[in-house]
Design a protein around this ligand. Structure first.
Ligand SMILES: Cc1cc2nc3c(=O)[nH]c(=O)nc-3n(C[C@H](O)[C@H](O)[C@H](O)COP(=O)(O)OP(=O)(O)OC[C@H]3O[C@@H](n4cnc5c(N)ncnc54)[C@H](O)[C@@H]3O)c2cc1C
Length: 457
């Protein structure tokens, strides 16, 4: 279109197009379809299992559903699979779990220290080998409901609106977008004040000296000596108090990445904002990216071995830890995790990660902060199960939920939200969906022996 137009003509065309809601190619070659954008449905698909969201949970759900012979389609709003681990550069994979599926994926992507430049292609290989159809750049916006049953979704794309009809739908959007739009009740934040865990920009640096120390948690920062009198934690808290670091940054977590001299830094954070509000997301993106450079200046000045670091990778989007959690038939609670509760209807076994609550109203961990100098510490759990009933939403049929937005309290969520556990949840949910369809039954009545045999043996 623009080839034989001057700038004024081009702007005029675009302005006109905006007012009528249609951007069309009037003068391009014979086939103009790809340039036409309308608000009516342009494309429709039919599938058995539809997975919304291509993060660790969605990818795993789609893989197992397709492996069990169900026609499966996965929709992802961005251009890559992998969720937070790829788009927000959340690294490494964390969380223990007894899952042959997760073990198999680790073998393919290099384990917890996966290569974020490539892992999304490994995920795509697994899906395509299983026969899943992948649609990227497709943002689910609306459920299609018949009474209290979801029978499809609408999504937007550069082609306009698409519609996908499915027998069962899995919401793996992290934010429970599909469930909430369908009318599933949900909870947000901690019980007393509704605050959620902070958003953060995680970034990579290079130029780290070979003898530099790495500190991946509040406890490690407390135990790591910088000189005769100071630890990583005291140096950081002093900088926080004198304004060299933002007031929300009281711990600078570093992880050694695959290549020599490369580290991943988890330090920035912004509190009291919500990861599904656009004004909050905009503020968080800008503020945390600015914080990242402040953190790098601090590291260069105070942390031995980091004098020559520079930012080598900024993520595409900010990391969102916690938004909506659906209300399911059963809710996972802190006591279930601390006691290592087992369930007969487990879709995940042996989940193991601390109760990791990045302070929604301060810095460091929300728990065990005994003074302003101490950045808290995470509570331990015993290996626990995740039951089928926590992924089946109340009120709406035809829908399952996978990943960080399943039914659990704020505290329980802070443990199972890590990627290995979310992947195992997805593997379980995809298996339940496929077997329920095969046996022509509702997910709530699925034969758990069959499900568990596929998942755990
Ligand atoms: C700053 C930060 C640090 C973290 N550190 C670690 C760590 O070190 N190790 C670890 O294992 N975990 C870590 N986590 C947690 C972990 O990354 C996430 O909780 C996990 O990725 C959740 O998996 P998920 O599949 O449920 O959701 P996500 O990873 O959020 O994936 C959801 C996917 O759905 C897509 N999507 C969303 N809405 C739509 C829509 N409407 N239509 C279509 N697609 C949609 C998204 O683009 C995304 O790809 C961290 C999280 C954050 C924010």
């Amino acid at each position: 279109m623009a080839l034989n137009m001057n700038r004024r003509q081009l702007l005029g065309t675009l302005a006109g197009a905006t007012t009528v809601g249609v951007l069309s190619s009037a003068t391009a070659g014979k086939n103009t379809t790809p340039a036409i954008l309308t608000s009516s449905v342009n494309h429709s698909f039919e599938t058995e299992v539809l997975v919304c969201g291509g993060g660790p949970a969605g990818f795993a759900a789609a893989a197992n559903s397709a492996r069990l012979g169900r026609k499966t389609l996965i929709l992802e709003r961005y251009g890559r699979l992998g969720g937070m681990g790829i788009h927000a550069r959340v690294w490494p994979l964390m969380g223990g779990v007894q899952s042959p599926f997760v073990k198999e994926v680790h073998k393919k992507i290099g384990g917890n220290s996966f290569d974020p430049e490539r892992a999304d292609l490994h995920y795509a290989d697994i899906l395509q080998k299983a026969g899943t159809t992948i649609l990227l750049h497709t943002w689910v916006t609306e459920p299609v409901l018949e009474n209290n049953r979801i029978v499809g979704v609408k999504a937007i794309s550069k082609e306009g609106t698409i519609i996908v009809r499915a027998k069962l739908i899995i919401d793996a959007t992290g934010d429970a977008d599909v469930a909430v739009l369908s009318g599933v009740p949900f909870e947000v934040g901690r019980a007393d004040d509704g605050l959620v865990q902070p958003m953060s920009i995680m970034f990579a640096v290079e130029g780290v000296a070979d003898n530099a120390k790495y500190c991946g948690s509040e406890e490690a920062a407390r135990a790591t000596k910088i000189n005769a009198t100071e630890t990583w934690e005291t140096v950081t808290v002093t900088a926080q108090k004198n304004g060299e670091l933002p007031e929300t940054v009281g711990v600078v977590r570093t992880y050694k990445m695959g290549r020599r001299g490369k580290a991943c830094v988890n330090a920035t954070q912004i509190n009291r904002l919500f990861g599904t509000k656009i004004e909050d997301l905009t503020k968080a993106e800008l503020e945390c990216r600015r914080q990242a450079f402040q953190v790098v200046d601090f590291m260069r000045k105070y942390l031995p071995g980091y004098e020559n670091i520079y930012v080598s990778h900024m993520p595409a989007v900010i990391g969102v830890r916690e938004t909506r959690r659906i209300c399911g038939l059963e809710q996972l609670k802190r006591e279930d995790l601390v006691s290592g509760r087992k369930w007969d209807n487990a879709i995940v076994r042996g989940a193991n990660f601390v109760i990791d609550i990045h302070n929604p109203a301060g810095s460091g961990q929300a728990e065990n902060q005994t003074s302003s100098e101490i950045q808290g510490s995470a509570a331990r759990v015993k290996p626990y199960d995740i039951p089928l009933t926590s992924v089946i939403p109340q009120k709406v049929d035809g829908l399952l939920v996978a990943g960080r937005c399943i039914s659990g309290t704020h505290e329980a969520h802070s443990s199972y939200r890590v990627q290995n556990i979310c992947m195992a949840i997805g593997a379980g949910v995809g298996t339940v969906a496929a077997i329920a369809l095969e046996d022509k039954t509702a997910p709530a009545n699925v034969d758990m022996k069959k499900v568990q045999k596929f998942l755990f043996s």
